[in-house]
Design a protein around this ligand. Structure first.
Ligand code: C2E
Ligand code: MG
Ligand code: MG
Length: 507
């Protein structure tokens, strides 16, 4: 083709040799000579050998680069691995020293990741890890401060923290935002909870390794406690100290009868009739007034006080029920929430037996609410416990359904009566067609398993209308009533005439 140009510039022989790397031509080597028929067999053999060597070298460099990359990065998410992360932290520590500021290291553990992996499959688990990596990168604004350091463990470093609780506030916001974030897996939306351990430089470790170990220790403590996050030292001890006084106050609260039960009615969506009530505990703190359970149940659980307080709640609910029953009021079943620790306790079933032995009508007045995530944690053992409880005439409800990644095969085997759809699904229901489809599917699933369905946290007329259309059995929520003190619940919903209850029925 270029014969003429070549001849003009004195080229009379050309050899073209391809560079083959990993069975693909990555380039060619072209050699020119002034002599005619310069490239004979001998020369070609030599040159082919040379080209093979070059190809081999290129292949080797490629592999080394990739190996280098892999030895500093996580292949699944592309984030830095632990080694690179610690190298980077070492550098940030140097700037912290020279800049005279502090630095914080956060280790993040995804809760129930194994559960997702098991129930949705490995590809979904991988997809979640990639989404988490993206979220962390986006929300820290810098891929260099994020790393994946274990199967479901991530790390980030805040290279510069200001004085006075800045780190904690930022962390709290991050955790809240993370847990609100809708992760999409297999076309469904999941909310993922995390636990975080924090170590601060320089007080919690002089080098990156020491800081990392202490952040790990803080994470371990956080996982064992009710806390979302824990700092390794100062803040951690502060939190623990705060808890000690709270623990003492809660002990006293039990002795001083400061716990109270409020009752929130449940109603049938079609008839508007009262079908039951949920007992929700509050602490009537003489210093500050009513304290909601979210603030003290974790501490009761951590200290083991939950067993006593849980027993109290069961007795109180049954006592109220029996009082209403004895007064000839249309007493309805009272649902009492049971903590994971209670159900796991060996003596729990005997204790339930003792509670209902008080009166022959007691069992008919009691339901236990157990969160979905708890049941699935030790499903085989729990099936046996639940069977024993149901055999006594007590009914069982799965609480917060949809948040615990139930395995469908187990769900079918669970000896339960009712499924309570978590409030977050009721909220999402009016946000779009997917939310609606999800609630509809849960209701159909429950009905096919012959379970009664209660929607939690119904606040609007629109939600009520949709739930009714979707054939949901019952609802509970502020739309109908907030949780009320026992006397008020009794006066409003049990003592006839019951104007609100008769709404929608004609007799
Ligand atoms: P839960 O069992 O899922 O109870 C429902 C929670 O949703 C209650 O919060 C209730 O007040 C609230 N709620 C009901 N309707 C609405 C609504 O329309 N809108 C909104 N925004 N919220 C609504 P509460 O009373 O603060 O209880 C929180 C959690 O504490 C309960 O969640 C339950 O898991 C736990 N808990 C309550 N009492 C006890 C108890 O005696 N023992 C144990 N172990 N846990 C309890
Ligand atoms: Mg409940
Ligand atoms: Mg609930």
């Amino acid at each position: 083709m270029f014969r003429k140009e070549y001849a003009e510039s004195g080229v009379h022989s050309v050899a073209v040799l391809p560079l083959i790397v990993a069975e693909k031509a990555v380039g060619i080597l072209v050699l020119y000579a002034g002599e005619k028929e310069f490239f004979h067999e001998e020369e070609l053999k030599l040159l082919t050998g040379l080209v093979d060597d070059v190809a081999f070298a290129i292949d080797h460099i490629d592999k080394r680069e990739r190996l280098d990359y892999l030895s500093y990065h996580d292949a699944l998410t592309g984030l830095a691995n632990r080694k690179l992360f610690l190298d980077r932290v070492t550098q940030y520590m140097r700037s912290a020293v020279s800049g005279g500021h502090k630095l914080a290291m956060f280790l993040v553990d995804l809760e129930r990741f194994k559960n997702i992996n098991d129930s949705l499959g490995r590809p979904a688990g991988d997809a979640l890890l990639r989404q988490v990596a993206e979220w962390l990168t986006l929300n820290t604004g810098d891929a260099n401060v994020v790393a994946r350091i274990g199967a479901d463990h991530f790390a980030t470093v805040l290279p510069e923290i200001k004085q006075g609780g800045d780190g904690a506030r930022l962390l709290e916001k991050m955790i809240r935002d993370f847990m609100d974030h809708p992760f999409r897996l297999n076309d469904a939306v999941f909310r993922i909870a995390v636990k975080v351990g924090v170590a601060v430089f320089p007080e919690d470790g002089a080098d990156a390794d020491a800081l990392f170990r202490n952040a790990e220790a803080a994470l371990k403590k956080a996982k064992a406690s009710g806390e979302r996050y824990l700092f390794y030292t100062q803040k951690m001890t502060e939190a623990v100290a705060g808890k000690l006084t709270l623990e003492n106050q809660l002990r006293q609260a039990l002795d001083n009868h400061e716990f109270v039960l409020h009752y929130q009615p449940k109603v049938n969506l079609a008839s508007g009739r009262l079908t039951g009530a949920e007992a929700l505990i509050r602490w009537n703190d003489p210093r500050t007034g009513l304290v909601p359970p979210g603030r003290f149940i974790p501490i009761l659980e951590e200290t083991g006080l939950i067993h006593e307080v849980g027993r109290w709640a069961l007795h109180q609910a049954i006592a109220d029920y029996l009082r209403w029953h004895a007064a000839g009021l249309p007493a309805v079943r009272i649902a009492v929430n049971v903590s994971p620790l209670q159900l796991r306790h060996r003596g729990f079933i005997d204790e339930i037996g003792r509670v209902i032995a008080i009166d022959e009508h007691a069992a008919a007045g009691l339901e236990l609410e157990i969160t979905e995530s708890l049941i699935m944690e030790d499903v085989k053992h729990n099936i046996a416990s639940l069977q024993a409880i149901r055999a006594m005439g007590i009914t069982i409800a799965i609480d917060d359904f949809g948040t615990g990644f139930s395995s469908l095969s187990y769900l079918a085997k669970l000896p339960v009566d009712t499924l309570k759809i978590d409030r977050s699904f009721v909220i999402d229901m009016t946000a779009g067609p997917q939310g609606l489809a999800l609630v509809s599917t849960i209701i159909k699933l429950a009905h096919s398993l012959k379970l009664n369905v209660v929607a939690e946290g119904v606040e609007t007329e629109e939600q009520r209308r949709l739930l009714h259309l979707l054939d949901c059995d019952e609802m509970q929520g502020f739309l109908f009533s907030k949780p009320l003190p026992g006397e008020i619940f009794e006066a409003e919903f049990l003592v006839p005439p019951m104007p609100r209850i008769q709404k929608g029925s004609d007799g």
